[in-house]
Design a protein around this ligand. Structure first.
Ligand code: NAD
Length: 396
């Protein structure tokens, strides 16, 4: 079949197998061209490994530091007539390259929130990988079934307290318009914390510690976004922020658990980038378009891969002190939140309109990053050529 992008709102319903593989190959090539990590982890578990920040973390650890990696993600297999999810192709491309480089790489497909998946990981570690020294928790999901009760929770992306009247961007049409975002109910806030808060991260770490599959000194990180005051009413001071605050509670508990063996648990504050998860948050595409343009003009823009590589090079796989904020989170959002970048984004925010967006913001860059997630617009790929959606061997 010949595959073209079919975008519906903030999702693309088709994926390009060759484009996804080329995208992963480019990220791997970037990491290989960097200096080797000085103090890399040896055995790494990445929960949410198939895209965005999780995939970038797996690539840095493996190809920047030679780590053996076990990945967990929830992806859709292709059929003869329908392409699989982008993450499915990304995982295959990662495994293929790891095999060529003689690096252990195994990916388990299924629901990371379930106890069954946690047990599968324990079994895989016992069977062939051995104790883990870094656990990266990089899940982004709209739903979670509580394994204790069987109840399914759905997260909400809403303000808290008051209706938020704000500018936003229709990425498809390139139109800037204003919307009213209605506040969440208490139930929606609690459900969002249940899905995106720290409970599942803690459950993972307790399961792995109880099973004795964590190496002495094992560290774990979970990813957070705090961002600019411009997005606080829909992110940091909203339902998602409430869930992310819960990561700090979980980090403290995990730290206590790991301390006796010299381990550590940290929340990491990352920058805004385009991923399947972030494209779905109102206001973020407009903020990100302005941010990317400003950072590109200042020469300090980063995509998920370059950002995560800097995190490994300066924080996770480096000798030296961590750059921590006042509650002990690792700060990687220093450039996004620098006075110079924020002052310029805030200057443009009230001025931006449909007409001047191409000049003040980087709508083209945002759209290109979005399509790349699904394997489209990658240099060197022939998008008019026939592809077999199942051409890469399915998971073992
Ligand atoms: P993403 O959508 O690119 O990746 C999410 C990953 O989670 C995928 O690998 C997916 O397969 C996996 N996943 C989702 N539900 C699952 C389930 N039930 N079982 C197993 N795997 C599942 O998202 P992302 O933007 O890379 O987000 C990762 C983390 O980074 C999140 O915690 C997010 O809040 C954080 N973060 C993102 C940004 C941003 O701008 N995108 C900024 C800062 C922090």
């Amino acid at each position: 079949m010949i595959v073209k992008p079919r975008v519906r709102g903030f999702i693309c319903t088709t994926t390009h197998p060759v484009g996804c593989a080329a995208n992963v190959a480019e990220q791997i090539a970037y990491v290989k061209a960097r200096p080797a990590l000085t103090a890399p982890p040896k055995n790494v578990l990445v929960i949410g490994c198939s895209g965005g920040y999780g995939l970038a973390s797996r690539i840095s650890a493996a190809f920047g530091g030679g780590a053996a990696t076990l990945g967990v993600s929830y992806e859709k297999q292709p059929t003869e007539k329908k392409t699989g999810s982008a993450g499915w192709y990304n995982n295959r491309a990662f495994e293929e390259q790891a095999k060529r480089d003689d690096l252990y790489a195994r990916t388990l497909d299924g629901d990371a929130f379930s106890d069954e998946m946690k047990q599968r990981v324990v079994d895989a570690l016992r069977a062939d990988l051995g104790p883990i020294d870094l656990v990266v928790y990089s899940l982004a999901s709209p739903v979670r079934t509580d394994p204790d009760t069987g109840e399914m929770y759905r997260s909400a992306i809403k303000p808290i307290g008051e209706t938020f009247h704000v500018k936003t961007l229709n990425v498809d049409k390139g139109e800037v318009h204003e919307v009213d975002l209605e506040p969440a109910s208490d139930e929606e806030i609690a459900a969002t914390v249940k899905v995106m808060g720290g409970e599942d991260w803690e459950r993972w770490m307790n399961t792995l510690a109880d099973a004795g599959v964590l190496a002495p000194g094992c560290r774990t990180v979970s990813y957070n976004y705090i961002g600019s005051e411009l997005t606080w009413p829909i992110y940091w001071h909203a339902t998602l922020g409430r869930a992310k605050e819960d990561l700090d509670r979980a980090a403290a508990n995990i730290q206590t658990r790991l301390a006796s063996s010299g381990g550590d648990a940290r929340v990491v504050r990352l920058k805004a980038v385009v991923t399947q998860a972030s494209a779905a948050i109102p206001v973020v595409p407009l903020y990100a378009s302005l941010l990317f343009q400003v950072m590109k003009e200042m020469g300090n823009h980063e995509d998920p891969m370059t950002h995560v590589q800097r995190m490994f090079e300066t924080q996770l796989a480096a000798d030296g002190d961590l750059d921590l904020d006042d509650v002990g989170r690792i700060r990687m959002d220093d450039v996004e939140l620098s006075d110079a970048v924020q002052a310029e984004v805030k200057r443009r925010w009230p001025l931006v309109s449909t007409q001047n967006l191409p000049e003040l913001g980087d709508l083209a860059g945002f759209r290109a990053d979005f399509l790349r997630i699904f394997g489209f617009g990658v240099a060197g790929v022939d998008y008019d050529a026939e592809v077999d959606p199942e051409s890469i061997a399915p998971l073992s």
